[in-house]
Write a protein that binds this ligand. Structure first.
Ligand code: SF4
Length: 394
């Protein structure tokens, strides 16, 4: 079946220009424009597999309704293509879980579904095509072990993100399991202060809202904690939060008994890490006038790539080539806005220097297909050529 969809996938997502750039030491030169592509970018192994399975499922069950529980990955173009291929999205307003049954095929996305959703689909007798990424399953395995051993899973992640919701649900598999989701260093510091000095339960619960498991009692449930994270977070921030929590638990309980109170393991996926490392290397190695980061506005790993870049150079997180409106105007998502909020888009004018050599860095999130990256290069080239300073259209 894999071979049967290979041509369709290549036609939908392949880019000749991206292949050409890879073959040219990740550089593309057109007149005064040089594009420097990060050495790791775009579709990761988990996304590749999930999209492949979705196409295979559609082909394998031509006479049955095929559903996705929601977005398969956070890229609107990929989701639109799956819709066009006849796959229905259970998150769409007119769809419902109630009528699902044995004749229906349901695809689970790369970031997984909650324990409750999985049980419901099994109960309803649906045929499941599970594309949950192995790196996510690895996090779950560790979180379930925390739950079994009575450790609260402290998850560095975004509480509304599908993957974090699914991971948190794994923490409740055993009766002593609990979870707490922390978004960033500020929230981690609040937890550390509570661990060291205690505090008001009500204030703690108000601060974290639905980011804690039902019945959470910080005095009881922060005595034994285990760190985990959404696989697509900023690696440096996840590591720092882990160390902050370790230091707080050491202060509270001492080093001799630390292992009884604190556990940690590395759960950033290698694909996320490689994309972050590659963009840092690009920023270190090249003098860049600006950086373009391509990916869905609700894509966590894309937002984090943009955060890394924005600390060093002017950075525009764009969803697709249409965001490059003209040589004067770009539409983009402001860097630093939480990826789970309904995203606002800003317009910036005068974004492209009009004369002289132009060095543009480019990367793409793990859910961005190569054809979108290629279209961005093409449009950028047209704008630079059109600005009248020696660029040549491709
Ligand atoms: S970003 Fe990582 S965890 Fe998520 S699908 Fe890709 S490889 Fe898997």
């Amino acid at each position: 079946m894999k071979e049967a969809v290979a041509g369709e996938l290549a036609a939908a997502y392949h880019s000749a220009i991206v292949d050409e750039v890879r073959g040219n030491d990740f550089q593309y030169v057109a007149g005064r424009l040089t594009v420097h592509l990060a050495r790791e970018f775009g579709f990761c192994y988990g996304v590749d597999r999930a999209v492949d399975y979705a196409y295979q499922a559609r082909k394998r069950f031509p006479d049955r309704h095929v559903y996705l529980t929601g977005e398969i990955i956070h890229n609107p173009h990929v989701n639109d293509r799956l819709r066009a291929a006849g796959i229905r999205f259970l998150t769409d307003a007119h769809e419902s879980w109630d009528g699902l049954g044995a004749n229906d095929v349901v695809i689970l996305p790369a970031f997984g579904v909650t324990v409750g959703d999985m049980a419901r689909l099994v109960d309803q007798g649906c045929t499941l095509v599970d594309t949950t990424c192995g790196s996510v399953l690895n996090v779950w395995k560790n979180v379930v072990r925390y739950s079994q051993d009575g450790y609260t899973a402290v998850i560095h992640g975004k509480v509304k993100h599908e993957e974090t919701r699914a991971t948190a649900s794994q923490a409740l598999k055993y009766p002593r399991g609990r979870y707490l989701v922390v978004l960033d260093r500020d929230e981690a510091q609040f937890v550390c202060d509570y661990i060291r000095r205690g505090g008001e339960t009500a204030a703690f619960l108000t601060r974290f809202g639905d980011a804690v498991s039902p019945g959470f009692d910080p005095a009881r449930d922060l005595e034994r904690i285990g760190c985990a994270n959404q696989t697509t977070m900023l690696m440096s921030e996840s590591l720092e939060i882990g160390e902050m929590l370790r230091a707080a638990m050491t202060d509270r309980y001492g080093t001799a008994t630390l292992a009884e109170h604190f556990r940690a393991f590395d759960t950033i996926c290698s694909a996320t890490q490689e994309r972050q490392d590659a963009v840092i290397a690009l920023l270190d190695e090249r003098r860049l006038d600006l950086m373009l980061v391509v990916g869905g506005y609700n894509s966590s790993n894309t937002c984090n790539l943009a955060r890394i870049c924005a600390e060093r150079v002017p950075t525009f997180h764009i969803a697709d080539p249409d965001c490059l409106v003209s040589a004067d105007e770009v539409r983009h998502r402001p860097v630093g806005m939480p990826s789970t909020t309904v995203s606002r888009e800003s317009a910036t004018t005068g974004w492209l220097p009009g004369a002289g050599d132009l060095s543009v860095g480019l990367t793409a999130g793990a859910s961005t297909p190569n054809n979108i990256v290629g279209q961005v290069i093409e449009r950028l080239t047209r704008f630079v050529a059109g600005s009248g300073v020696s660029g040549a259209p491709i």
